[in-house]
Design a binder for this molecule. Structure first.
Ligand SMILES: C[S@@+](CC[C@H](N)C(=O)[O-])C[C@H]1O[C@@H](n2cnc3c(N)ncnc32)[C@H](O)[C@@H]1O
Length: 263
C-alpha cells in the first residue's frame, strides 16, 4: 500500500544539498556536480563516517524488528540506498509499516523506491521538515497506529539542526505522542572525537550554505533524556552492536549512535 506523494518542489542544482552530498559520500549517483564538489573537499573520513552511519541504521532496524517492532517513522530518510529501512524490517516482518519523511525535493523525486513495500505491509513518504514535527505526526497517523509502539529514527539528521532551531524541543515533540514501548533511534556527528576534522567538515558545508551543529557526546545523550537507553548506550556507530551480532568492530568513528525505549 502506498499513498499520495505531497507537494512537488524544484530541485535546486545551484547549491549543494545535504541529501545529495551524503549520496555522493555513499558512492551514489543521485547528486550533482555542486554536491560532488563539496564531497571532494571533505576529508576522506567523511565517506567512512557515512558508511558507518548507514550500517548502524541497518543493525538498529534489524534489531528493532527482531524485538517485534513493526511500525517505523523515519525522519530525514535521505535518497534511497539499498537496503532501505523498510527492506530490512520487512524481511523480518513482512506486514511492517514504514513512514519516511525528508524535506529535500530530490528525496521526493526518488521516493518511488521507498514505496515498493512488501505487499503484506505498507510504506509511505511525506515531504516535511523536522522543524515542523506536528505536520509529520499528523501525516504519520494516517498509516501508523499510535496506540501501539513505533520506532522513530533520526539518523544523521539532528546535526543539521543548530541550537538556535530548538533541536531538543523538536525531538521531544516528536516523541510526545509515542506510546510506552516505542523507541528512539538516533545517530549524530560528533564534535568531540576528531575536533579538527569536525571543524573542517563544518567549514566546507558552510561554504555551500549548509549549517551544521555537530555535538559532543553529552549533548547527544541529551536527546535521549527521559528514555531507557538500550545497551551499549550512546557509543560510536561501529560500537553499536547487539551481542547476537558478535563483537563490535574496533574502528575509529566520528558518529555517535544510540537506541532508547520510551518508558
Ligand atoms: C546525512 S543524510 C542521512 C540520511 C539517512 N537518514 C541515513 O542516515 O542514511 C541527512 C538527511 O536529512 C535531511 N534533512 C536535513 N535537514 C532536514 C530537515 N530540516 N527536515 C527534514 N529532513 C532534513 C536531508 O535532506 C538528508 O536527506
Amino acid at each position: 500500500m502506498t499513498s499520495e506523494i505531497h507537494r512537488r518542489r524544484e530541485i535546486d542544482t545551484s547549491r549543494p544539498h545535504p541529501a545529495r552530498v551524503y549520496d555522493w559520500l555513499l558512492g551514489g549517483k543521485d547528486n550533482y556536480p555542486i554536491d560532488e564538489a563539496v564531497g571532494e573537499r571533505l576529508p576522506v573520513e567523511a565517506r567512512t563516517a557515512a558508511l558507518q552511519n548507514r550500517q548502524f541504521m541497518h543493525r538498529a532496524a534489524a534489531w528493532l524488528a527482531g524485538q517485534g517492532i513493526d511500525q517505523f517513522l523515519d525522519v530525514g530518510t535521505g535518497i534511497p540506498t539499498e537496503p532501505n529501512l523498510h527492506q530490512i524490517v520487512q524481511e523480518v516482518t513482512p506486514t511492517a509499516k514504514i513512514v519516511y519523511t525528508d524535506n529535500d525535493p530530490i528525496v521526493l523525486a526518488h521516493a518511488e523506491a521507498l514505496l515498493i513495500s512488501h505487499p503484506a505491509g505498507a510504506t509511505d513518504y511525506i515531504e516535511a521538515d523536522v522543524r515542523r514535527p506536528e505536520e509529520i505526526l499528523e501525516h504519520a497517523r494516517n498509516i501508523l497506529d499510535f496506540e501501539r509502539p513505533i520506532a522513530m529514527s533520526l539518523i544523521a539528521l539532528m546535526h543539521f539542526i543548530p541550537d538556535d532551531q530548538d533541536p531538543y524541543d523538536i525531538v521531544r515533540n516528536l516523541l510526545a505522542p509515542l506510546p510506552s514501548g516505542s523507541y528512539l533511534v538516533l545517530s549524530h556527528a560528533a564534535s568531540d572525537r576528531y575536533e579538527e576534522l569536525a571543524a573542517q567538515v563544518t567549514a566546507e558545508y558552510a561554504k555551500g550554505g549548509i549549517r551544521l551543529g555537530f555535538r559532543s557526546r553529552p549533548e547527544v545523550v541529551r536527546f535521549f533524556d527521559g528514555l531507557e537507553l538500550v545497551d551499549p548506550g550512546v557509543v560510536t556507530a561501529p560500537e553499536w552492536v547487539q551481542s547476537t551480532a558478535g563483537p563490535a568492530t574496533p574502528e575509529g568513528s566520528g558518529i555517535y549512535a544510540g537506541v532508547a525505549r520510551v518508558p
